[in-house]
Design a protein around this ligand. Structure first.
Ligand code: AMP
Ligand code: MG
Length: 333
């Protein structure tokens, strides 16, 4: 590593959350940048949910060791209905609790623009419409869904002030929109609304009892999401899995396999297979993360019975990529 001016780390700028600041934040987000902004729960680290590269950079900034699906934030219930299918129960919940700290997981519509990486390859999408007086106009100005997991490094405490954000992410993000301390400090309640009876995925700010009372219906039992080990076999279904068998760390390819390559040099036998996709021809892990789920899906849509996956480095985003490949390769119940 040299110490040329180019390698000097850039520092996030902090702007007040007035109308000029919000307009600037919207421009940075639309241009693929990373912007921390206040919501009613905690500060979120925002990225354009439709831009897989921006989402990959977000994961790199947070140093998350795994690609959990992220929540798509929208300015209104109408905007949310453009990307996910709300059943009768979900529609009632949206009408009652949006805008507000409630996240609904629903089937993604075919035209859903939220990228595969943000959805971790799933056919569902998590939707939230924040009420916060900075977050909401920001989302309106961006005009696209924005993912915004908490603006901290993985394993650190969720930030409720701009200073917390800077402590963790100062040299990894583009902008912090300072709107003062966040009012709630606790994360949104997440409900799986893929069936008429909702299921609790994460307890949060809106109490379970309030939701049950409003619906006149019990919420099904909670199961940990994104935890290390699945709590029940059914939980495995919340991970993307391929139909074709995945063969990881392959140093050669068989003629009846597809190849998911990484980097400039291809494994032995690559020229004999009909299907090759490269996660990143120059070996860039951010690009590889951005392509991961879309490439897996494309190769899985061919008629091959197995996909050989070239070795992926264990550094940086490589850890999260390898984690998801392992999960995708795990036997299904
Ligand atoms: P965070 O963005 O840090 O608030 O965390 C997002 C939470 O939403 C994680 O617990 C995810 O596992 C969960 N989540 C997001 N999308 C989905 C989905 N499609 N299905 C199930 N859980 C989801
Ligand atoms: Mg967090």
């Amino acid at each position: 590593m040299t110490t040329s001016p180019d390698s000097v780390k850039h520092r996030a700028r902090v702007v007040p959350a007035d109308s000029a600041g919000i307009a600037e934040a919207a421009r940075v987000l639309a241009g693929g940048g990373l912007v921390a902004f206040p919501t009613e729960t905690v500060y979120g680290l925002g990225a354009d949910a439709t831009d897989a590269r921006a989402v990959a950079r977000l994961y790199a900034a947070k140093e998350r060791p795994t690609f959990n699906p992220l929540i798509a934030h929208l300015a209104s219930a109408d905007a949310a209905k453009e990307i996910g299918r709300l059943n009768a129960t979900a529609s009632r919940l949206a009408e009652k609790f949006w805008p507000g700290p409630l996240t609904l997981v629903v089937p993604a519509l075919p035209r859903c623009p939220v990228c595969e990486l943000a959805r971790a390859g799933l056919d569902t999408v998590a939707l939230r419409v924040p009420a916060h007086p900075v977050a909401n106009p920001l989302l309106r100005a961006v005009g696209k869904p924005v993912v915004a997991p908490s603006a901290n490094r993985s394993g650190h405490v969720s930030p409720t002030t701009a200073v917390h954000v800077l402590t963790d992410l100062r040299d990894r993000i583009d902008l912090v929109l300072d709107g003062g301390p966040t009012p709630l400090g606790l994360e949104s309640t997440i409900l799986d609304c893929t069936r008429e009876q909702p299921r609790m995925l994460r307890p949060g700010t809106i109490p379970r009892g309030d939701i049950e009372e409003f619906l006149g219906m019990a919420i099904a039992d909670s199961m940990p999401v994104g935890g290390e080990a699945p709590a029940a076999p059914g939980q495995l279904a919340s991970h993307y899995a391929t139909r074709a068998k995945l063969r990881l760390d392959a140093d050669s390819v068989r003629p009846d396999e597809a190849l998911l390559a990484f980097g400039p040099s291809l494994p032995q036998g690559a020229e004999r297979t009909a299907y090759v996709l490269n996660l990143s021809p120059n070996g860039d892990l951010v690009e590889a993360a951005a392509n991961l789920f879309a490439h897996l899906r494309a190769l899985d849509a061919t008629d091959v019975h197995a996909i050989a996956v070239a070795p992926i480095p264990t550094t940086g985003l490589g850890e999260a990529i390898r984690d998801r490949l392992l999960r995708a390769a795990a036997p299904r119940p």
